[in-house]
Design a protein around this ligand. Sequence first.
Ligand code: AMP
Ligand code: MN
Ligand code: MN
Length: 316
Amino acid sequence: MSKNCTLEEIAALLLAQDKLVLCPHVSPDGDALGSTLALKMALEKAGKKVTVMVDDDVPKAFGFLPQIDCFVKPADGEVLEADLLVVLDASSLDRIGKVAQSVKAKAVANIDHHISNTQFADYLYLNTEAAATAEILCNLVEKLGIKLDKYLATCLYTGIYTDCGSFRYANTTPGTMRAAAKLLEYGARPNEISDALGTNTRANIEMLGKVLQTLAFYNDGKISTLEINSDLYDKDVNTDNFISFARYIEGVDVAVLFKAVEPAVTRVSMRSQDTDVAAIALSFGGGGHIRAAGCTVELPLEQAKAKVLEAIGKAL
Ligand code: AMP
Ligand code: MN
Ligand code: MN
């Protein structure tokens, strides 16, 4: 169980440390990277020594984020000592991969917005109403007494923009919009961020063409699926937005993307209109939000698909 903190308490905790390691979840998305970089910049302005670490490659699509090259990977056998490990946008310890073993911190803090949060940290700020961890950070930076600038604003806007589906998802609230508006005042450029994120590589579109051919429907069209099998899978191709093609189809409640990341390991992404997909993901050891969740199933794609479809069928 964590100590559930207010934002003021988290700010005071952060300011009381000298050396901090910040880390987001593996398979980092815009919110994970943007939140981590923004907190790094804010804490450095407060005179702290900060390392940002992620147990994964940083997708090239986020190359436009300021200071993106600062991320280091945990190295086998090397231990980094710190006063505090701050885990961002991750709801359980397994979501940070090897960082959990590589950082020896006196305490762990977690800033998150996932309903599936497992209360693994010593100190937790959890706000499941926030559209993004970056929305929380927008308010936290103020509590830290740090002035926003265009670099912080760019990172935070990217986190918000990506997690609320460009302000289209149900998690978009007046608070989300207010945070985004403030970030624009401090110099975030919405067109530049949207262009940077929306520009596809040729490989990306070529793969999309192949993946769309796998589109299938189940349970009277209430479930739609897309598949990336081992032959198609390429870790260097960003497939984050593929699932939206399965999601926005008349009559579809739950859209699922199955990705064979290894012959017997399948990554599953789910999006829904009504059904609680966080609960389904949680039952497979994953997590997420009611309308956007994911899990990794240690089975070949076809077997993983059969199990997940059965679980969704029951939940509809
Ligand atoms: P994705 O489908 O990967 O875009 O993820 C959708 C949401 O579910 C995001 O908020 C992720 O952080 C979360 N999520 C995805 N995979 C997992 C997992 N294995 N465990 C916990 N949360 C996850
Ligand atoms: Mn995330
Ligand atoms: Mn998030």
